[in-house]
Design a protein around this ligand. Sequence first.
Ligand code: PLP
Length: 343
Amino acid sequence: MVQKKDIDWGSLGFSYVVTDKRYVANYRNGAWDEGGLISDDKVVMSEDAGVLQYSQSVFEGLKAYTTADGHIVCFRPDLNAERMYNSALRLEMPPYPKDKFVEAVKQVIAGNEAWVPPYGSGATLYIRPYMFGISPVIGVKPAEDYQFRIFVTPVGPYFKGGARPIDIKVSDFDRAAPRGTGNIKAGLNYAMSLHAIVLAHKEGFAENIYLDPATRTKIEETGGANTIFVDADGNLVIPKSDSILPSITRRSIHYVAEHYLGLKVDEREVYLDEVHNFREMGLCGTAAVICPVRAINDHGKEIVFEDNNHGVMGPVLQKLYDTLTGIQMGTVEAPEGWICQID
Ligand SMILES: *Cc1c(COP(=O)(O)O)cnc(C)c1O
């Protein structure tokens, strides 16, 4: 056991802290090099690097934590490896091998063991893999050389003092075009969302809900989280669209709902004008796992999710949340292959 850092884990926020080690691999002359841990947190690159000119970059996000019985683990990193592989292909980047990705995640967690928050603190170690075009480009084309990196940063409990349901608004902007890049995890999808999120915050909303750009009648997702709904019968309805980012949390919730809780799960197109029939709405992603939504504001008209309207998460979301976080923390038995042990 290494000596843990002297940090008040419970009062950490969600912000970047420089830790001891990061993983770096370089793609040069048509091949990825061996890669390994380094201490230098700075990236030095050409002023004309592909990432700086044409935003050629993709990323991932996952967490490591200490389980009830004292092991350090992370959750389904093979799915992050696969998603980043697909993201890279879409942006004409050489994909990082999936087995090496998982190996690199394990190495960088082990190299920062002192930064992994203890069990029960509510804090976790956030892991950020990413890759970008590093060689100069001036004509519009893919870079020749790339860098793959992973840094980690300890983050506090997402909800301090319990998950309070949030209000979100229907955005007048679109997130992802049909046949565009909505289904990959690329920085470019976030750059264009910043204006909309700043506006939403100014108007007092926590997030934007985006509609499908083609018809503006169907629910897509928020800026950084997929959505799930609970219908009047207590079953799960999950929006389906080719431009929704395939959230690992959402896919895990789908499985947990069916196989642990015996719920029916309907993954289908969900229309804005039917959501008033639903009793609960949740946002799902690695950061919060599930964040309850109290109401969607559609241009002044409120659509309230009644079971989230009493200051706490509705009962079905709560069961999903407890089961999935129990699986992650080692208090509920996990499906085969979901938990990746580091130590
Ligand atoms: C990362 C991300 C999510 C959540 O995915 P997880 O794998 O569950 O963390 C949802 N939507 C968007 C747009 C994202 O970038």
